[in-house]
Design a protein around this ligand. Structure first.
Ligand code: ADP
Ligand code: MG
Length: 345
């Protein structure tokens, strides 16, 4: 397995990767998720042996890789733009590394056919890269990375260049392909959907540091702090009295310093007598939307909150409504509201 301890990379006086500890178990997929510029690509390049370490240690199965150059590490690196050879067919792109290794033509042909089936491109062997869509090109790049049978696949924002819809589908495929081929992978991305769709475990990176690490579902449900929650797609973080009041009124334990709300955490309904239990609120604004109305409501002791209305229901500013809080769409931030890593807000 891959193990990083205290890994630090500096450029001049600036620290791009700061004392990172991480490990990736055999067959596991770890995503490092963080905003642009936080040091993800540098971390990946360090693992590949393309950046020298200022401090720390990178080991594989307990053996320090410091003396092992990139091409001897047995790792494959795949980028955002797959970087295919444009003058070679799909099959020759995928089989390139194996042919260099001296593997026979007929064996390579069989392996390439299997890999193209795996990535859903059976029948594409003789196409040239320029005749492929962006998604197809990335599948070819993935097949080519897997062809060399790397003991670790390093993926740098592999789907970021694709359209949103395609990205979602290909993320699910990528996961299936990595699991089916038993590939150990380290993926870095700024896209939380990509990270959640592909990885088993998630490490959140900010300003060169890993600020939280765990199973993807756990990190999602329990962000360490407000910055992490907002980065993970929570829409709002309430602190202090507002947080305590909301939790209390929602019938939840209210010991926390802060609570993060997903964009669909608060639901608004028309009338206390019809809606049964709920927290009384006043509509500040209402905007109809195709699926469900979007409101801003004022809750006494909490302040203004974004809320989602029942489909088809129309209301207007000033009306009294009730709101309820979806427990699964909120996270109590035990680490409080401040960023322990001391990063920029
Ligand atoms: P990310 O991949 O998360 O967007 P990078 O790892 O590319 O972030 O960059 C992290 C920081 O290191 C940035 O501030 C970037 O400007 C800096 N950096 C990256 N590569 C170099 C380099 N070769 N020389 C100097 N600074 C670099
Ligand atoms: Mg990058």
């Amino acid at each position: 397995m891959l193990d990083l301890r205290g890994v630090t990379v500096t450029f001049g006086g600036a620290t791009a990767v700061d004392r990172v500890d991480l490990s990736v178990a055999d067959g596991a997929v770890l995503a490092v998720l963080g905003p642009s510029g936080c040091g993800k690509s540098t971390l990946l390049r360090a693992v590949a042996g393309l950046e020298p370490l200022a401090a720390g240690r990178i080991a594989w199965d307990g053996a320090d890789l410091a003396g092992t150059p990139t091409h001897r590490r047995g790792f494959a690196l795949m980028f955002q733009d797959g970087q295919l050879f444009d003058h070679l067919t799909v099959a020759r792109n995928v089989g390139y590394a194996r042919r260099l290794q001296g593997v026979s033509r007929s064996v390579v042909r069989t392996e390439v056919a299997d890999l193209l089936d795996l990535v859903g491109l059976g029948g594409y062997a003789d196409r040239l890269p320029r005749t492929l869509s962006g998604g197809e090109r990335q599948r070819v790049a993935l097949a080519r990375s897997l062809a060399a049978r790397p003991r670790l696949l390093l993926l740098d924002e592999p789907l970021s260049a694709l359209d949103t819809g395609l990205r979602g589908r290909l993320a699910a495929d990528l996961r299936r392909i990595l699991v089916a081929s038993g590939t150990t992978a380290l993926l870095v991305t700024h896209d939380q959907d990509e990270a959640f769709a592909v990885a088993d475990r998630l490490a959140v990176m900010r300003d060169g540091r890993i600020v939280q690490e765990g199973a993807t579902g756990d990190v999602w449900a329990h962000p360490a702090d407000a910055d992490t929650a907002l980065f993970l797609g929570y829409g709002r973080v309430l602190e202090g009295e507002a947080a305590a009041t909301l939790l209390r009124r929602a019938g939840l334990p209210s010991t926390a310093g802060a609570v993060a709300l997903r964009p669909t955490a608060v639901w608004a309904g028309p009338d206390p007598s019809e809606g049964g239990s709920g927290i009384p609120a006043v509509v500040r604004s209402f905007r109809p939307a195709p699926d469900a109305g979007r409101l801003v409501v004022a809750v006494e002791g909490v302040g203004e909150l974004d809320a989602v209305g029942a489909p088809g229901w129309v209301t207007q500013p000033g009306r009294r409504v009730v709101v309820r809080v979806e427990r699964h769409a909120i996270a109590v931030l035990t680490g409080g509201a401040t960023n322990p890593a001391g990063g920029a807000p």
